[in-house]
Design a protein around this ligand. Structure first.
Ligand code: PLP
Length: 428
């Protein structure tokens, strides 16, 4: 029995399913989750001492690679001064200034401790600002485990919300309208009927929780247009895309400006952090300036701010995102070529430093049905074949992959060599 297997057995004694976040449990790919011991650069090492090239990057935050020496040094020095005060520090101002400089649509910003808190608070704020209750989200978009956002789409143009998790009150879910991603006509039609009742439209500007699906041209622009027509708040959930697809996030990459932005992952450099912010007139409604309540014992935590500030400083180096996008392109092109030589149908998507592999001959994939229609069995087989060969991909066909600044030619070459064998195994 491997140590991961032993640890997993022990974990299940007192942790539901043995994990503290469900996708870690390998349920959708089968097998035992790999327990990690340490990580450095592009590599993670498991409890049995096996090393993997990592494309999960802690689900996005580790854009500079793991245990970056400058981040570790900054955090270590900061730890000596105390872990948390629950009172203001200068670090929070430095963070706010840096975020507003990198993402100019954010005029005021409030820190939280997770991405979920950021989207939850942004929605409460949009409702408080507009005095409206309904919200629109998109099929296959994930915004954290917020009650109002745990609503799945049924088929059809407009589904009046049906909770996708027991425990979400139907009365709340009914206020969430779910529309197909990348379908501007559906948005126009719904907003034409209900626009004046809709507090906000929240969207992942590049969908990263149904594999990786970039916006089709005109989709984000249409959201901006209908929100302007109806006084609806446009929220970009950039928890995943922020500082990843471009230095200024998806809003910089696609040139569409939201009213509010939710951030997480990279902004904490690996520590538990989120943030939301945007137009000054909207953000002024947040307590203590305004009546919309929002708070957090550990919000703006000094250790987390230190890790985040150093990460934002390092990724602001000229050329960082161009190099990251070039590495990602090499990876996805190499994957397509490897699949083709093995006779496996594969389509890929990418945006900056994120990518998706779709086992389908019907690419490019642009929506939820395209993503869920891919060959799951082939993905599972490929995932395990890559794991065996020392490449750690997300253990689900519905998660984006992440490349870091520490992934160089050696890692991409190694990954593609493993992929050639893995695709051959999939082809059988
Ligand atoms: N929004 C998006 C787009 C995400 O990908 C995630 C998490 O994966 C969240 C929100 C929730 O963030 P957290 O897990 O930090 O609560």
């Amino acid at each position: 029995m491997s140590r991961s297997e032993q640890f997993f057995e022990a974990a299940q004694r007192h942790i539901p399913g043995g994990v503290n976040s469900p996708v870690r449990a390998f349920r959708s790919v089968g097998g035992t989750p790999v327990f990690f011991e340490s990580a450095a650069g592009a590599y993670v090492t498991d409890a049995d001492g096996k090393r993997y090239i990592d494309y999960v990057g802690s689900w996005g935050p580790m854009i500079l690679g793991h245990a970056h020496p400058e981040i570790i040094a900054a955090v270590s020095a900061r730890v000596e001064k105390g872990l948390s005060f629950g009172a203001p520090t200068e670090l929070e101002t430095m963070m706010a200034d840096r975020v507003c400089e990198l993402v100019p649509s954010m005029e005021l910003v409030r820190m939280t401790s997770s991405g979920t808190e950021a989207t939850m608070s942004a929605i409460r704020l949009a409702r408080g600002f507009t005095g409206r209750d309904k919200i629109i989200k998109f099929e296959g978009n994930y915004h954290g485990h917020v009650d109002s956002l745990m609503v799945k789409a049924g088929s059809g143009m407009l589904t009046l919300g049906e909770p996708s998790s027991p425990g979400v009150p139907a009365a709340l879910a009914e206020l969430t309208l779910t529309l197909p991603y990348n379908d501007a006509d559906a948005v126009r039609e719904t907003m034409g009927k209900l626009g004046d009742e809709v507090a906000c439209i929240i969207v992942e500007p590049v969908a990263g929780n149904m594999n990786c699906i970039p916006p089709v041209p005109g989709f984000l622009e249409a959201l901006r247009e209908v929100c302007d027509q109806h006084g609806t708040v446009l929220i970009f959930d950039e928890v995943m895309t922020g500082f990843r697809v471009a230095r200024g996030g998806a809003q910089a990459l696609y040139g569409v400006t939201p009213d509010l932005t939710a951030l997480g992952k990279i902004i904490g450099g690996g520590m538990p952090v989120g943030a939301f912010g945007g137009r000054r007139d909207i953000m002024q409604k947040i307590s203590p300036l305004g009546p919309v309540y929002q708070a957090g014992t550990l919000s703006g935590n000094p250790i987390a701010m230190t890790a985040g500030l150093k990460t934002l400083e390092l990724l602001s180096a000229p050329g960082f995102h161009e190099a990251l996008a070039a590495t990602t392109e090499r990876l996805t092109q190499g994957m397509e070529a490897a699949a083709e030589s093995a006779g496996v149908a594969l389509s890929t998507n990418r945006a900056g430093g994120m990518f998706g592999l779709f086992f389908t001959g019907d690419g490019p994939v642009t929506d939820f049905h395209g993503a869920t229609g891919c060959n799951q069995e082939q993905f599972k087989h490929f995932f395990h074949a890559m794991l065996e060969r020392g490449v750690y991909l997300a253990p689900s066909a519905f998660e984006a992959g992440f490349v870091s600044g520490a992934h160089g030619d050696a890692e991409i070459d190694g990954t593609l060599a493993a992929a050639r064998e893995a695709f051959a195994a999939v082809a059988g």
